[in-house]
Design a protein around this ligand. Structure first.
Ligand SMILES: C[S@@+](CC[C@H](N)C(=O)[O-])C[C@H]1O[C@@H](n2cnc3c(N)ncnc32)[C@H](O)[C@@H]1O
Length: 208
């Protein structure tokens, strides 16, 4: 059976054209949602600051990066499992640094830990690409006090226990849920996406 990596390597040259034909709204929706929360002061997001660093995990061909760039974000890095998709992301011109062969089913490489003010992950918690616990790998990349924004496809949410996992992380003090929106535009004409915004709590100094 063909792996997800091979599937996306093969699909990469036609990905943008094909998903546009299927009305893939995820990237624009997630960035608009992000900016709404930022404008409302609910999350600390400063696109105009050159040192405000964004990581787009499983960035694919760069659709999210391009949407972020239009909003003024200046430092966006991207990772993906597929080298073919990373090559497309490179052509998008939206990213500072791109890294292929980064599997979100595994802890992220150590050099990415705690580096990002904002971690974005769109279109990946879908099908069987990743387990809910991959949310903790998004948190690894995020600075204390930073933000994670991500989507889950409704069919993924209905199949996997994403709710149970994120709540366990909240209970453990590893994440806080800032906001979520259910049944919003994602792919095609159906409202088949949920969107989630978390912060990674700043660690308390132990002064005792
Ligand atoms: C539907 S595309 C979404 C791409 C991009 N985020 C977007 O919204 O356009 C899914 C992406 O996830 C990547 N992917 C699939 N499984 C992955 C994994 N285990 N780790 C990292 N990336 C993965 C694929 O290579 C592909 O680029």
């Amino acid at each position: 059976m063909i792996s997800h990596q091979e599937r996306y390597d093969n699909w990469a040259p036609d990905y943008n054209k094909d998903v546009a034909a299927r009305n893939y709204d995820g990237p624009d929706y997630i960035v608009d949602y992000l900016m709404e929360l930022a404008d409302a002061g609910k999350i600390p997001v400063s696109p105009d600051l050159a040192d405000f660093k964004v990581l787009d995990v499983a960035c694919g061909s760069g659709l999210v990066g391009q949407a972020l760039q239009k909003k003024g974000f200046r430092h966006i890095d991207g990772t993906d499992l597929s080298q073919g998709m990373i090559a497309q992301a490179h052509h998008s011109g939206a990213y500072q640094t791109l890294m292929a062969w980064i599997d979100l089913n595994k802890p992220l490489p150590f050099f990415l830990h705690g580096q990002y003010d904002l971690t974005v992950c769109c279109g990946v918690f879908a099908l069987d690409f990743v387990e809910p616990k991959s949310l903790s790998y998004l948190a690894q990349a995020t600075k204390p006090g930073g933000t994670i924004i991500m989507s889950t496809k409704t069919t993924y949410y209905d199949t996997y226990d994403f709710d149970g996992y994120y709540k366990s992380q909240v209970d453990a003090g590893e994440l806080s849920l800032v906001d979520c929106r259910m049944n919003k535009p994602y792919l095609g004409s159906e409202a088949d996406g949920h969107y989630w915004v978390f912060t990674v709590p700043a660690k308390q100094e132990n002064t005792a």
